[in-house]
Design a protein around this ligand. Structure first.
Ligand code: GDP
Length: 309
């Protein structure tokens, strides 16, 4: 299965949660994994129970034989470098801008980080159903912002889509068509965002960039497999920030599937997964094959922990 890794970025209230929920409706079930479907967390259940909408840190959509990993990005200025770490794992961003409000401070903040990380952006002018939506003005503001932030030639060549997340509609043209759902966004992601580096033959390199927590398995590292393959029960090395090395056994690997996390036997380079097995796993460490302890560049941080119980 081919992979695409993207982050979704926007000013608060510009419609990220609504849009991702609509995109998730287009996710196909990946049958090869259904046997292994041992759920540890089902955000949809949690959501139903609490009656609120939550956007998990990472979700995945299976579409036309692609696994699209979508990482949510905090829009606010954060302290731990979380935005940078997320940008490090992805190959492109979906920038959402409300067609009524236009470019706002957090639009600028997160786009700046994405451009600095040399990522390719796809622009979604959202909420075009709003009564006083001004699509043209919003598009102009977005172009001005890109130029102001020093976007390079490739980045300036961004595709623009027009959407009403709430209605589940998206279009290549600046109007809505009841017959065109969210496919234009998904098609643009698979066509326009580059595939991650998928060096599956090299020696394992995995770096936790976010920490997840769950009562069943404890602390988990969410990160990208930069090289090689990871398999449950493998003994691997963890190169700590101070350079020391500790070995541990990979107890669980989880892939995102919609809003759920499903347990898998193994995962390959390019994918973003959560792993359990090292109770004190930290952001920025490198997990490697034993005997090949080649650390990835350090990531900088303190660690926000997401508690999912
Ligand atoms: P987030 O903060 O970016 O995750 O934004 P949400 O998805 O929570 O949406 C913020 C508000 O905008 C909610 O009240 C949504 O119902 C509303 N909203 C989201 N998408 C649309 C849209 O396409 N059109 C309109 N009119 N409202 C929307």
């Amino acid at each position: 299965m081919e992979i695409r890794n993207i982050a979704i970025i926007a000013h608060v209230d510009h419609g990220k949660t609504t849009l991702v929920n609509q995109l998730l409706k287009h996710s196909e079930r990946y049958d090869a994994h259904s046997q292994l479907d041992d759920r540890v967390m089902d955000s949809n259940d949690i959501e139903r129970e609490r009656g609120i909408t939550i956007l998990a840190k990472n979700t995945a959509i299976i579409y036309k034989k692609y696994r699209i990993n979508i990482l949510d990005t905090p829009g606010h200025a954060d302290f731990g470098g979380e935005v940078e770490r997320i940008m490090h794992m992805v190959d492109g961003v979906l920038l959402l801008v409300d067609a009524y409000e236009g470019v706002m401070p957090q639009t600028r903040f997160v786009l700046k980080k994405a451009l600095e990380a040399k990522l390719l952006p796809i622009v979604v002018v959202n909420k075009i159903d709003r009564k006083f939506a001004d699509i043209q003005r919003t598009v102009n503001e977005i172009y001005d912002l890109f130029i102001d932030l020093g976007a390079d030639e490739h980045q300036l060549d961004f595709p623009v889509l027009y959407a009403s997340g709430i209605q589940g509609l998206a279009n290549y043209k600046p109007h809505l068509d009841m017959d065109i759902k969210m496919e234009p966004i998904l098609d643009t992601i698979i066509d326009f965002i580059p595939r991650p580096n998928q060096d599956e033959t090299g020696h394992l390199q995995f770096q936790p960039a976010l920490i997840d927590y769950n009562d069943y398995v404890g602390r988990m590292g969410i990160g990208k497999i930069y090289k090689g393959k990871m398999t449950v029960n493998d003994t691997v090395s963890c190169v700590r920030m101070d350079g020391s090395i500790i070995q541990f056994r990979i107890q669980k690997i989880f892939q995102s599937m919609g809003m759920e996390k499903i347990e898998v036997e193994s995962a390959d380079a390019g994918d973003i997964v959560s792993i359990a097995g090292l109770p004190d796993i930290h952001v920025g460490e490198t997990i490697t094959e034993v005997g090949y302890e080649d650390a990835l560049p350090h990531l900088h941080i303190d660690e926000p922990t997401v508690q999912i119980t």
